[in-house]
Design a protein around this ligand. Structure first.
Ligand SMILES: [Zn+2]
Length: 126
């Protein structure tokens, strides 16, 4: 057996899963530790008194999280999605899509992550 050198295969997500995850992420409290470093703590959904440490790269639309899903190789957990939305909140509202085609149908600026596409709806200017 040799070590895989390519990007490992992550379970793919369909629209329903991502929509559920996105809805769940919206319920979670996010606290900023260090915005420049992309460090946040995000509330656990199953244990609201617990928090996970999340670090995100907002422009790359990726992040790492201390929850067990992420520690076992999962990507784009709801905590990362919540932190990404928080990190972009000054610019607008993020929506997440599982495919580029789905994102492009929104006719918004699209940001690409790992098997994740996000669109940014700009804040209303007055
Ligand atoms: Zn997580």
């Amino acid at each position: 057996m040799t070590e895989p050198t390519k990007t490992p295969h992550y379970p793919t997500r369909n629209v329903v899963q991502l929509k559920n995850l996105q809805a769940a992420s919206r319920q979670l409290q996010v606290f900023e530790l260090d915005a420049e470093q992309g460090l946040y703590v995000v509330q656990s959904a199953s244990e609201p008194g617990s928090f996970y440490e999340v670090s995100v790269q907002p422009e790359a639309m990726t992040g790492q999280c201390s929850c067990s899903w992420a520690r076992y190789g999962g990507i784009n957990c709801k905590h990362v999605l919540a932190a990404l939305r928080f990190a972009h909140a000054g610019k607008g509202t993020l929506s997440f899509w599982p495919s580029q085609a789905a994102a492009q149908r929104q006719h918004r600026r699209t940001l690409q992550g790992q098997q994740l596409y996000a669109t940014l709806r700009p804040r209303q200017r007055r």
